[in-house]
Design a binder for this molecule. Structure first.
Ligand code: FAD
Ligand code: NAP
Length: 343
C-alpha cells in the first residue's frame, strides 16, 4: 500500500478525492484473506478477532472512520465505562484493532463483485482489493424526511447531527423531529446551546428509553409538540437560512409554524446496503439477511455484521458482538476451504 493511506484516524474525516490521494498514483491490487468493509463497532471488533486468528485482515474505513458513534457525545451503555465520548470510544477500539495487527486503510469501496472468488472490491483511491472472505460492516446512514425544502436548506440550518452542528445555535431556537433515542439525545444535547428546543413527534409517546425520556421531560428548555410531523422547512433565500418549520397535526391536518434557526432531523437510519443490494438477499427494507444466529449471508464466504443486518437492536455493543461472530464465522469458513493457515 502506498504511504499515507493508513490513517491515524478518529479525526473528522474529509470525504474528498484529496483525502484518499490521487487515484492514478495509488492504483494497485491488494490481496487479503479477510476484507472488512466498515470501521464502526462491528468492523473494528471483527478486525480484532480476525487479526488474533492470524488472518491478517485489511479493514476499509469508508467516509465515516469510527462509524455512527463518532457523531454522538456521551455513550453510557458501553460495558465497563459508565460514560465515554463516542469518538473517544471508537478511537480506543480502532487502536485495539491496529495493535492486534489489522491493516486499517482510508478508502471507500465503490464497487464490490461477489459473483466469483476471490471477491473483488474497488476503492475510491484506485486500489483493487481481492479477498478470500468479506465481512460487510457498512452500518447505517441517517434518514431524511424527503422534503424539497429540507434538501434546499441542508447545511444552511437543516442538519442530521447535533453533535456536529449544535454549536452554531448558541442563543437560538431549534426544532428536532423524531421520537427515538437519537432524537431525544439530540434534543438534550442541543439544550447546551439553544434557548429553546422543540421536539416534534408524530405520535403521543416516544420510543426512546425511559431514562432518556425522563431527562427530556424534566428539562426546562424542552417543549414537545405531540402528534405532529413537519410539512415544510421555512426559510429565506438571501441569505440562505432556516426561519422555522411548518408542523402539521397528523390527526386534524391543521398546520402551525414553529419559528427556529435550526432544524435537526433525527428519524432513524437506513442500512448501507447499496453495494450489495443486487447481489445478496436483503429483507426488512434493505437489511442484509443472514442465517439466524450466524453472520452468513446468501453468498458463502460473505459475512455481515452490525446495523447493516440488524433492524431490531442497533446498538454499539450488539454490532461489536456481531463483528466478533463474523470473524469467527469467516475463520471457520476459510478453514473449511483450507485457506485459514497463515501464508
Ligand atoms: P456504523 O457505526 O454505522 O459504521 C459503519 C461503517 O461503515 C462506517 O465506518 C462507514 O464509514 C463504513 N462504510 C459504509 N459504507 C462504506 C463503503 N462503501 N466502503 C467502506 N466503508 C464503508 N448505540 C449505543 O449502543 N449507545 C449509544 O449511546 C448510541 N448512541 C448513538 C447516537 C447516535 C447519534 C447514533 C446515530 C447512533 C447511536 N448508537 C448508539 C447506535 C450505534 O452507533 C450503532 O448501533 C453502531 O454504530 C453500529 O455499528 P456498525 O459497526 O454496524 O456501523
Ligand atoms: P428509531 O429508534 O428508528 O426512531 C426513529 C424515530 O423517528 C421514531 O420515533 C419514528 O416515529 C420517527 N420517524 C421515522 N420516520 C419518520 C418520519 N418520516 N417523520 C416523522 N418521524 C419519523 O431511530 P434512532 O432514534 O435513530 O435509533 C436507532 C437505533 O440506535 C435504536 O436501536 C436506538 O436504540 C439506537 N440508539 C441508541 C442510543 C442509546 O443507547 N443512547 C442513542 C441513539 C440511538 P415512530 O416512533 O412513530 O415510529
Amino acid at each position: 500500500m502506498a504511504p499515507g493511506l493508513s490513517v491515524a484516524s478518529g479525526l473528522p474525516y474529509i470525504g474528498t478525492r484529496t483525502a484518499y490521494g490521487d487515484a492514478t498514483d495509488m492504483a494497485e491490487t491488494k490481496h487479503t484473506k479477510v476484507l472488512i468493509i466498515g470501521s464502526g463497532p462491528a468492523g473494528y471488533t471483527a478486525a480484532i478477532y480476525a487479526a488474533r486468528a492470524m488472518l491478517e485482515p485489511v479493514l476499509i474505513q469508508g467516509i465515516q472512520p469510527g462509524g455512527q458513534l463518532t457523531i454522538t457525545s456521551d455513550v453510557e451503555n458501553w460495558p465497563g465505562r459508565t460514560q465515554i465520548q463516542g469518538p473517544e470510544l471508537m478511537m480506543d477500539i480502532e487502536e485495539h484493532a491496529r495493535a492486534m495487527g489489522t491493516e486499517i486503510l482510508a478508502d471507500l469501496i465503490t464497487d464490490l463483485d461477489l459473483s466469483k472468488r476471490p471477491f473483488t472490491a474497488k476503492g475510491d483511491t484506485g486500489t483493487t482489493y481481492t479477498a478470500d472472505a468479506v465481512i460487510l460492516a457498512t452500518g447505517a446512514q441517517a434518514r431524511w424526511l424527503g422534503l424539497p425544502s429540507e434538501e434546499r436548506f441542508k447545511g444552511f440550518g437543516v442538519s442530521a447531527c447535533a453533535t456536529c452542528d449544535g454549536f452554531f445555535y448558541r442563543g437560538k431556537e431549534v426544532v428536532v423531529i423524531g421520537g427515538g433515542n437519537t432524537a431525544v439525545e439530540e434534543a438534550l444535547f442541543l439544550t447546551n446551546f439553544a434557548t429553546k428546543v422543540t421536539l416534534i413527534h408524530r405520535r403521543d409517546s416516544l420510543r426512546a428509553e425511559k431514562i432518556m425520556q425522563d431527562r427530556l421531560f424534566r428539562h426546562h428548555k424542552v417543549h414537545v409538540l405531540w402528534n405532529h410531523d413537519v410539512a415544510e422547512v421555512l426559510g429565506t433565500e438571501t441569505p440562505l437560512g432556516v426561519t422555522g418549520v411548518r408542523a402539521r397535526n397528523v390527526q386534524t391536518g391543521e398546520t402551525t409554524d414553529v419559528p427556529c434557526d435550526g432544524f435537526f432531523v433525527a428519524i432513524g437510519h437506513s442500512p448501507a446496503s447499496e453495494l450489495v443490494k443486487d447481489q445478496l438477499e436483503l429483507h426488512n427494507g434493505g437489511y442484509v439477511k443472514v442465517t439466524p444466529g450466524t453472520t452468513h449471508t446468501s453468498i458463502p464466504g460473505v459475512f455481515a455484521a452490525g446495523d447493516l443486518t440488524d433492524h431490531v437492536y442497533r446498538q454499539a455493543i450488539t454490532s461489536g458482538g456481531m463483528g466478533c461472530m463474523a470473524a469467527l464465522d469467516a475463520e471457520r469458513w476459510l478453514a473449511e476451504q483450507g485457506e485459514a493457515e497463515p501464508d
